[in-house]
Design a protein around this ligand. Structure first.
Ligand code: ZN
Length: 217
C-alpha cells in the first residue's frame, strides 16, 4: 500500500469513528472500528476519543496479531483480528456500546424475528454473544460463535458488533441495527410482539441476497 493510499484509509477510518459518535452509537472512548488492509487491519487506538485523534493515531495490526503505531490498538482488537481471519468477506468491523443495543445485551436477549429487517443481518434472529471480560480470547471466541452466518450480534453486558463489506456498509448496518434494537425495546413496552414465521423470514433472507444488485434473467 502506497503512503498516500494508506493515509486515505487512515482518514476514512477516523471519519467513520466520528460518524459513529455523531450517530449516537458511541460516546467518549467506548467502541472502536477497524478496516481490513493488505496483511492485516487498521484499527482505532486504545483510550482516545475520536475527537482527540489524528489519522496517524490509527494503528496497524498485522495478520499475526502484532501492532505497530505510536499508540496502542484498541484493547478490543482481538475479536476484530479473529473475525477477519475467520470471515474473508468481511472488510470492516464496528463495535459500539450503543444505548438500545447495550440495554438489550444486558438482558442477554436474542432478538427474535419481530421485524423483517432482522434478516438484513443474515438470519431469523440476532444472537447475543456469551459474556467474557473485554479484550480476552474468550470474548473473541464467544463473538465468533454468535456471528456464525451473521453480520451483527449483541455482546452480553457489553454492547454490539456489526461487520460489513467496507466502512460505509458497516456504518449503515450499525445505524440500522441500533434502530431495530430501539424498535424492539419500544414494542416490548406495550407487550409481546407477533413474530414472523420461519417461512416468512426465509423469503426475506432470499430477497436480501439480491437487494441492491442487478438481477440476472
Ligand atoms: Zn466494548
Amino acid at each position: 500500500m502506497s503512503l498516500s493510499v494508506e493515509l486515505a484509509v487512515r482518514e476514512r477510518l477516523l471519519a467513520t469513528a466520528h460518524a459513529m459518535s455523531a450517530a449516537g452509537l458511541n460516546t467518549g472512548t467506548a467502541g472502536n472500528v477497524s478496516v481490513r488492509i493488505d496483511g492485516g487491519m487498521l484499527i482505532t487506538p486504545s483510550g482516545m476519543p475520536p475527537v482527540a485523534c489524528t489519522p496517524e493515531d490509527m494503528v496497524i495490526v498485522t495478520a499475526d496479531g502484532s501492532a505497530s503505531g505510536r499508540v496502542a490498538p484498541s484493547s478490543e482488537w482481538r475479536f476484530h483480528h479473529d473475525l477477519y481471519t475467520r470471515r474473508p468477506e468481511v472488510g470492516a468491523i464496528l463495535h459500539a456500546h450503543a444505548p438500545f443495543a447495550t440495554s438489550l445485551a444486558c438482558q442477554r436477549i436474542e432478538i427474535p424475528p419481530f421485524h423483517y429487517m432482522i434478516a438484513r443481518f443474515g438470519g431469523n434472529t440476532v444472537r447475543c454473544a456469551r459474556y467474557a471480560t473485554f479484550g480476552t480470547q474468550a470474548l473473541s471466541d464467544n463473538i465468533l460463535a454468535a456471528m456464525d452466518g451473521r453480520s451483527a450480534c449483541l455482546m452480553a453486558n457489553h454492547g454490539m458488533l456489526v461487520s460489513g463489506r467496507d466502512l460505509d456498509n458497516a456504518l449503515d448496518l450499525a445505524i440500522e441495527f441500533e434502530t431495530l434494537c430501539e424498535q424492539y425495546w419500544r414494542t416490548r413496552q406495550i407487550g409481546e410482539p407477533v413474530l414472523l414465521s420461519d417461512a416468512e423470514m426465509a423469503e426475506v433472507v432470499e430477497r436480501f441476497r439480491w437487494y441492491g444488485k442487478p438481477r440476472a434473467g
